[in-house]
Design a protein around this ligand. Sequence first.
Ligand SMILES: [Zn+2]
Length: 493
Amino acid sequence: MTQIELGTLELGARPKGRTLLTADWLLAHQDGHHVLHRRGELVIEGRHVLYAGPRFEGEVARRIDLGAALISPGLIDLDALSDLDTYSLVLDNQPGWSRGRILPQTYLARGPYEMYSPQELAFQKRFSFATLLLNGITTALPIASLYYREWAETVPEFDAAADAAADLGLRVFLGPAYRSGGAMVDAAGAFHMYFDEARGFQGLQDACDFIRRRAGDAGGLINGLLAPDRVETNTPELMRATMAAAEDLDVPVRLHMSQGKFELQMMQRLHGRTAARWLTDLRAFNRRLIAPHGTHATDDDIALYAEHGVSIAHSPLVSARMGSVLASFASIRERGVNIGMATDTAPPDMWMNMLAGLIACRIAEGRSDAAFSADFFNAATLGGAQALNRPDLGRLQAGALADVAIFRLDDPHMVPTVDPVTTLVLGGNGKATQAVFVDGRLSMRAGQVAGMDMVAARAQAQAQFDGLVAKYPDRSFEHPPVEALFRPSFPVL
Ligand SMILES: [Zn+2]
């Protein structure tokens, strides 16, 4: 056995033979729970974890001592942004509906168009996948806005996304988002829904064909996901057909629901009930469903989530900046609902989300002992794995897939270290990620991703985003010029 530096491993490759990783802390899994080992040892061989515990007695090809770091299971992101985040435009420019987030009737009448080229759609997924790896995320269910789309997501861009995930080495659950309806705002500023059932069914069929063709690719990195967009944009028939197809394909379904006032009002207007009640009545509410964001779920809704085994994808940062909160993470889990975590924005920083979630939960409960760092870490690993019905993910234990994130604990901004998980939640962020293994392959090290120049990619992303912003007047209420849509925080002199 030889002692080597992490830097000598080939980026983008799966090391041959057994690799032993050790550090000040190892977060292993034992008897159904995460446990910490001081100076523990993790051995990976091929695609799997061979050993995670105090000390490995067998032979290994190499040993790597990472020092002041936490060896952790890779994080699972149930709603991982896979485009260039447009929320940055409306954080300080509101209301969002008047700034391109609900399509005006005038734009729809003229004929909506794709605001990105096929190459740009492919690039933004590849770029976002790389940023997920930079943040210690090893499993992702991509999500992108449909506001700038002609209608919904397309098969070619998902073929490109599957290729990108395979090239970069990221575990993904993929399927183009589809919908049978959308929201619009009329000239008087009133909101309406419009529907095109045939397009919804075509979208479902395209998604099913894509999943049949690509699921299992890249040695299992590519998995299927059905992604009907938002609950209010789907007809009862499309929801029933979606859940039947999910059963047939054995894939999860992600559906945004209980996420805002607009949806609550639309569901009342269209169906006279909440989303959870509506889906239950349709017999389309079951454990295949992963539902961002749950912040507007009623007590009755939460009972239905628990009864039917529906998981919530929790993005506390995104919810909080919209002024809403899951009320509460602790009480909903106590009622038996599984919660996984999601970043849903850029940067896709899961540590920031764990802290935001902990703060939001304590505010919602009005007490400081309502939830702890470990609860959110469990949600970001085991909760996600449960939502995906994948007990081989989210844990470091013999036989599990070797999806590993290494987080530094010697960053001068994080002083002092008491407990590694507490320290990372309280003072850490995604930048503490030193390296990521996915499926036993070294996918990211020190900010570098195999096959991608991140500095050049960042510049390309900016140029692409600037091009999108220039098109915003087309799809904004009353079509004001860009300068009137997005004002600077302070006067620019
Ligand atoms: Zn979302």
